[in-house]
Design a protein around this ligand. Structure first.
Ligand code: NAD
Length: 298
């Protein structure tokens, strides 16, 4: 199946990036959000993103003009999806908001439209019924700064049609992604199934006073050849995300170590606005963190 018209629902951080990336690769893209005021905000992001595409992808002014011309905006859902071959949902990570959205969408979308969720932590089976077309529904998960961190994890639920799955893999390739198909549902997909335990093990070592930040990172970097250790990665991801993940685990399990980690991150980082690269200070100081210095690995 050949996809041409793409609708992106939710024009926030990820939604607008996905819209831009698809338009850059020649797809006709409609951006949908709840009202025109939010859409104006999204439109204003075109300029900043264009600068990143110019720096990181060497995009030409013609390519960017073409991208601009492939984007349109509406807060009318029926209009947004009228001719859509594929709708990518990037509305907030809240199950009720997503369910309400899929119910509204199901009532107005044409039969041909494939629905894909960009959810990071929720599973497609949670929404399959609400979509009214479970066989044409799956997850297509991108990373932040999609144009350079160009992974697309594609994950169906047990009722997803294999042809639909393959079509979405082809689409992801066509917009410049490295495609990472999963055989079945997995919370956290592949990347976070690997990353979250690593980052969590690193904070456990720190909070239990087994070793300091630099020694833990150095161990990982020297022994595996990785360019960044877990605390360097946490600074990029943002310490707020690490705090939230540990808080959810602490609240759910009452695990004393998780409770200690939450307190440690809150007092030493969150309350002091040391949130990582975004605030210039996290486990390391930016823009010139210790772990990138030559002597660090000695
Ligand atoms: P965001 O808060 O930046 O944007 C959400 C957008 O959805 C907002 O523009 C909001 O106005 C809009 N919205 C709210 N209700 C809506 C509705 N009913 N219909 C249409 N639009 C609605 O969120 P985000 O960070 O872009 O995340 C969106 C999705 O992408 C989430 O599922 C998240 O898990 C996933 N995701 C985020 C990242 C990331 O790094 N931010 C990475 C990968 C995946």
């Amino acid at each position: 199946m050949n996809l041409k018209n793409i609708t992106i629902a939710g024009s926030g951080v990820l939604g607008f990036q996905i819209a831009m990336q698809a338009a850059f690769h020649g797809f006709q893209v409609i951006v949908y959000d709840i009202n025109d005021e939010v859409l104006e905000k999204a439109k204003s992001k075109f300029k900043t993103l264009s600068e990143s595409y110019t720096t990181d992808l060497k995009a030409s002014p013609e390519q960017l003009e073409n991208t601009f011309n492939h984007l349109s905006y509406t807060s009318d859902l029926a209009l947004a999806v009228k001719d859509a071959d594929l709708l990518i949902e990037a509305v907030p990570e809240n199950p009720q908001i997503k369910i309400d959205f899929y119910k509204k969408l199901a009532a107005v979308a044409p039969e041909k439209t494939i629905f894909a969720t960009n959810s990071s932590t929720l599973l497609p089976s949670q929404f399959a019924e609400a979509t009214g077309r479970p066989e044409k529904f799956l997850a297509l998960h991108f990373a932040n700064e999609i144009w350079k961190h160009n992974t697309a994890e594609i994950m169906g639920h047990s009722g997803t049609d294999q042809k639909v799955f393959d079509t979405v893999v082809q689409f992801a390739k066509a917009i410049g992604m490295v495609t990472l198909p999963l055989h079945k549902e997995q919370p956290g997909y592949i990347l976070n199934s690997l990353l979250v335990p690593l980052l969590s093990a690193a904070t456990d070592l720190l909070v239990n006073d087994i070793a300091d930040v630099e020694t833990i990172d150095k161990t990982w970097m020297v022994a595996t050849g990785a360019p960044t250790g877990p605390f360097g990665i946490l600074d990029v991801v943002g310490i707020t995300t690490a705090y939230n993940i540990n808080k959810i685990a602490a609240d759910a399990t009452g695990d004393p170590l998780k409770i200690k980690t939450v307190k440690f991150l809150k007092e030493n980082y969150i309350d002091q606005n040391k949130l990582g690269v975004s605030t210039g200070q996290g486990f390391y100081s930016y823009p010139d963190p210790e772990y990138l210095k030559k002597y660090f690995l000695k």
